[in-house]
Design a protein around this ligand. Structure first.
Ligand SMILES: [Zn+2]
Length: 272
């Protein structure tokens, strides 16, 4: 029996995760087992989840995350493909519960699919989100082609230049990614240095670009996290297309962007 049975809220949430995994594959952002999704499920947990027999011994997280005690997450499995997750989310990921010592997790459903090695960095960000009272539940790592291409160009290797360039491509980029985009210089994938540098950026940004690698995004739910990456990557595609036509794109005028921020009352910091 699946943990999804008789839980419509959870079933919808897992269906959204599967849909996003499919989008990521079709966009070419998720080659092989590339990318990761972690979503906090606590809001749709049933009271009896606490009594579900764990499918594994406690597995160390590698960090003590005091705000995550008793929280539940869906986590993509190690070596699992986004395109497979899109078809069968519960065979390519698992539901985990953080143990009372806040330093371990146990898999509780549907089967013992071990989470990705990127789980500790995702949980560190989740710990920050819960601790700061945020309603954000989703963390996403993926490899959007054009944003990664931009990260190779030294003139774009800071948050302000990246943000202003992307915002100036079409008004919707500013409207739907109003916090802009953070920047993390190259670090070894899966390293604690990369996790800590990402966490520092997530204080201010919903989407952070990792040099020569990919993005890490947070959102109220997985659709929100995906949408923000999609909006920012669309701007990168427009920039690249204009360059391919032979010139530097003019970009929206600074005053036009200020007007959009003012008239639409766009937030400059994360609201919740
Ligand atoms: Zn990656």
């Amino acid at each position: 029996m699946s943990i999804l049975e008789n839980n419509n809220a959870l079933s919808q949430l897992i269906a959204d995760i599967a849909e996003v995994a499919g989008h990521i594959w079709l966009k070419g952002w998720g080659e092989r087992n590339g990318g990761n999704i972690t979503v906090r499920l606590t809001d749709c947990a049933e009271p009896d989840w606490a009594d579900l027999p764990p499918l594994t011994e406690p597995i160390p997280i590698g960090a003590v995350l005091p705000h995550l005690k008793g929280h539940y997450f869906y986590a993509k499995g190690t070596q699992k493909r986004m395109r497979d997750l899109a078809r069968a989310p519960m065979r390519n990921g698992a539901v985990i519960r953080i143990t009372d010592d806040c330093a371990h997790y146990q898999i509780i459903a549907d089967s013992p699919v071990k989470p990705t090695s990127e789980l500790p960095s995702h949980l560190m960000v989740q710990n920050y989100l819960v601790g700061s009272g945020s309603r954000y539940t989703a963390t996403l790592h993926t490899h959007p082609i054009e944003l990664v291409a931009m990260s190779h160009l030294t003139r774009f290797q800071d948050s302000d230049t990246l943000t202003q360039t992307l915002w100036s491509m079409i008004p919707e980029t500013l409207a739907f990614a109003p916090l802009g985009i953070g920047w993390v210089p190259y670090e070894l994938p899966g390293s604690i240095e990369l996790a800590q540098a990402t966490l520092a950026q997530i204080h201010d940004y919903d989407v952070t670009l990792w040099e020569k690698h990919g993005v890490f995004a947070v959102g109220q739910d997985i659709m929100d996290a995906f949408d923000q990456v999609d909006v920012l990557n669309k701007a990168a595609v427009i920039y690249m297309s204009a360059r391919a036509m032979g010139g530097e794109p003019e970009g929206l005028a600074p005053q036009d962007m200020k007007d959009i921020q003012r008239i639409f009352a766009l937030p400059k910091t994360r609201i919740n």
